[in-house]
Write a protein that binds this ligand. Structure first.
Ligand code: SF4
Length: 695
């Protein structure tokens, strides 16, 4: 058994809090010990991080492959050779019958950089398919697209979190840090203690909003109009930083015209935010020398998410709050490796190093590293929801790793049906998730504390997760799974090493010269420095904690205003569906809950879904606290107990999405997609409320 403390990082969200692990004798295999030297969280952890070792316990996880018996239809234990043979046969059979693009691969934003890289390479080189995407598409893809469009480069936060308290004002849009990443709240507390002001934009008076100097509660799906309204006032009140706009931006005329068409009374009508509050927000944002806008899923998970984020970036640019110290726009990425997961090639349109799959030079470079003909690399494939929607149709087989779309995808009942209709489904996971339970073959894989690998946190800081405990017998790493499949599907195993550091060394070469350049980052250096910010093109380069201070990453070095205007949500309320549903998270659960629902302490704190609604809505329906409420959308129906509070708008209900079954919030959500980012509209759809009735 291993002894001593191993410094590593939490398996869950994008804050990637530092922690030490000590092997333990009990069922959890390890215990968490504070790691105060890691600067991002300075030892603080939320309940998820503190209890993370519980998911290492053998009792809650898969410890042997499972194969579905065609005669009984049941999953049963199998050896690794049998399981990998079955997966290879399943993928090969569909490919031979229907072509390479009939085989899909679906990854996850929780996979390490090495796994994301290897999965993308496996799809394009071994399977030859264009059909690979990942669940990060459901996370921050709109912010990523808006970032690229405005600044020429997407790194969630272009500055470290330590800059937040030094800013004069922060507008936090659609982010409930108190529930999603509690240790990050201290940056806001420190901001206010230093005299900075906090504005929170959220349709709910969340625990985060309660800490704000000003809380704006727009109707879900209208924050694009809100940002335009603020920009209108910035112009009308003469607060534009003309010098900055002239020297460092392009496209102001169009953005200005759009903002001027959104006068305050109109914005008040669209958003429900009173004009005096808009004026107050502009005064708070423009008074200090520095200010930031930070967004999360609220503005991003919309069918106009890219433009909504673009409108907030416009506000930063017009006021000179970008590319300057303690100022700028940033996205608070959600999943553990949401940042790294989108840089290394598991996204439908990307190659490692955040390169474009359609760029001939990028194809040539990566193909050179992979030792293949660039012309043999497939082109871009379907985005995540489009891929899931094609299952059982044009896509007949799927290899899925690190995701649970039965719970986390929009229009989830439909997606579940698509998964069931596949000719072949293989799932690699730590636990028997709701999606794994549908598979023909389930491959039990190692997890965070049992393996070494890198992640890139929301600041673009590349971190090293270290193996602290031995995995249970019978479990293999995702890299070993890909190695085994590559061997069976054409003798490609040499290109798929099982040693994560070897994979990372190849990733460094593949990323060299790309936007997300990791060439100067190695395991030893990360260990010595506690993390390195990309881009870092050479071993003697210091890394880049702050981007854009001299120039933006566009060809002319100027940031680009977005030409955006308000438009309604993809699904507006009407007489049949008169209430807005918005979805989100609670502090004790993580994403689809596949891991955290198996942790007793977390389950006790958040045992199931609920419908948060205003007392007025509850009275109209005749429900009291805890009574079951049926929420019905055009896509289905979910039932959960009422939680009555005046902290939510009277026209809106909220459901957390972490649970399967009759309270599955994503049964209701709308898969309408953003035209640029292909992000589904999780954050707003039209519903009606009913009493569930008998049966
Ligand atoms: Fe883990 Fe995120 Fe909680 Fe930190 S805030 S302990 S990274 S879940």
């Amino acid at each position: 058994m291993r002894t001593g403390l191993t410094p590593t990082h939490c398996p869950y969200c994008a804050l990637q809090c530092g922690m030490n692990l000590r092997p333990a004798d009990g069922p959890d295999a390890a215990e968490v010990v504070e790691r105060p030297d890691f600067p991002v969280n300075r030892g603080a952890l939320c309940g998820k991080g503190r209890t993370a070792p519980a998911v290492l316990a053998r009792a809650v996880r898969l410890t042997e492959p499972l194969v579905r018996d065609p005669a009984t239809g049941r999953l049963g234990p199998a050896g690794w050779d049998e399981a990998l043979d079955r997966v290879a046969e399943g993928l090969r059979g569909v490919r031979e019958r229907h072509g390479a693009d009939a085989v899909g691969v679906f990854g996850g934003g929780g996979l390490t950089n090495e796994k994301a890289y290897a999965l993308g390479k496996f799809a394009r080189v071994v399977l030859g398919t264009s059909q690979i995407d990942y669940n990060g598409r459901f996370c921050m893809s709109s912010a990523a697209a808006a970032h690229q469009r405005a600044f020429g480069l997407d790194r969630g936060l272009p500055f470290p979190l330590e800059d937040v308290p030094k800013s004069g004002c922060v507008i936090l849009v659609g982010s409930n840090l108190a529930e999603t990443m509690p240790p990050a709240l201290r940056y806001l507390t420190e901001l206010r203690a230093a005299g900075g002001r906090l504005i929170v934009v959220d349709p709910r008076r969340t625990r985060t909003a309660e800490q704000a100097d000003l809380h704006l509660a727009p109707r879900p799906g209208t924050d694009l109009a809100l940002a335009l309204g603020l920009l209108h006032l910035v112009v009308a009140e003469g607060r534009v930083d003309e010098e900055f706009v002239a020297a460092r931006t392009t496209g102001w005329a169009g953005a200005r015209a759009a903002a001027m068409a959104h006068w305050p009374a109109l914005v008040e009508r669209i958003t429900g935010v009173p004009t005096p509050r808009l004026r107050e927000a502009v005064a708070l944002f423009c008074a200090p020398d520095s200010a930031m806008v930070l967004t999360a899923r609220g503005p991003e998970q919309q069918a106009k998410g890219t433009d909504t984020v673009g409108a907030w970036i416009n506000l930063c640019l017009a006021t000179g709050r970008a590319g300057r110290p303690y100022s700028g726009y940033g996205c608070l990425t959600g999943q553990g490796n949401g940042q790294g997961g989108r840089e290394h090639g598991q996204k439908a349109d990307q190659l490692p190093g955040y390169r474009k799959l359609t760029d001939p030079a990028a194809r040539a470079h990566v193909a050179g590293v992979w030792g293949v003909d660039p012309d043999a690399l497939p082109g871009p494939g379907r985005s995540a929801y489009e891929l899931l929607d094609a299952l059982g149709g044009e896509v007949g087989a799927l290899l899925l790793a690190g995701s649970n779309p039965v719970v986390s995808a929009p229009r989830a009942a439909h997606v579940e049906g698509r998964l069931r209709s596949l000719d072949f489904l293989a799932v690699a996971d730590v636990v028997l998730s709701e999606t794994a339970a549908l598979a023909d073959v389930v491959l039990p894989v190692t997890q965070w504390a049992e393996e070494t690998g890198t992640t890139t946190n929301l600041e673009g800081r590349v971190l090293l997760r270290r193996r602290a405990v031995d995995p249970p017998e019978g479990v293999r790493s995702d890299l070993a799974v890909l190695h085994g499949l590559a061997a069976r599907l054409g003798g490609w195993e040499k290109g798929f090493p099982t040693d994560p550091e070897e994979v990372f060394e190849e990733l460094r070469r593949a990323s060299a010269g790309g936007p997300a350049d990791y060439a100067g980052i190695g395991y030893r250096r990360i260990a010595e420095e506690g993390g390195v910010f990309w881009p870092c093109p050479a071993p003697d380069h210091p890394g880049t904690p702050r981007l854009f201070l001299d120039r933006f990453a566009t060809p002319d070095g100027r940031a680009r205003f977005a030409d955006v205007t308000h438009r309604p949500a993809a699904e507006e309320t009407d007489a049949a569906y008169p209430v807005v549903l918005t979805t989100g998270r609670v502090v004790a659960q993580y994403q689809s809950g596949a891991q955290t629902r198996r942790v007793p302490e977390l389950n006790a704190a958040a045992p199931g879904p609920f419908v948060e609604l205003h007392p007025r809505l509850a009275a109209g329906l005749g429900v009291a606290e805890g009574d079951p409420v049926a929420v019905v959308s055009r896509r289905g129906r979910a039932v959960a107990p009422a939680r009555i509070t005046d902290a939510i708008r009277p026209d809106t209900v909220f459901m957390p999405f972490h649970w399967p079954g009759e309270g599955r919030a994503n049964t209701l959500t709308n898969p309408a997609l953003d035209p640029v980012s292909r992000m589904p509209e999780f954050k707003t759809c039209a519903v009606r409320l009913e009493l569930p009735g008998p049966g």
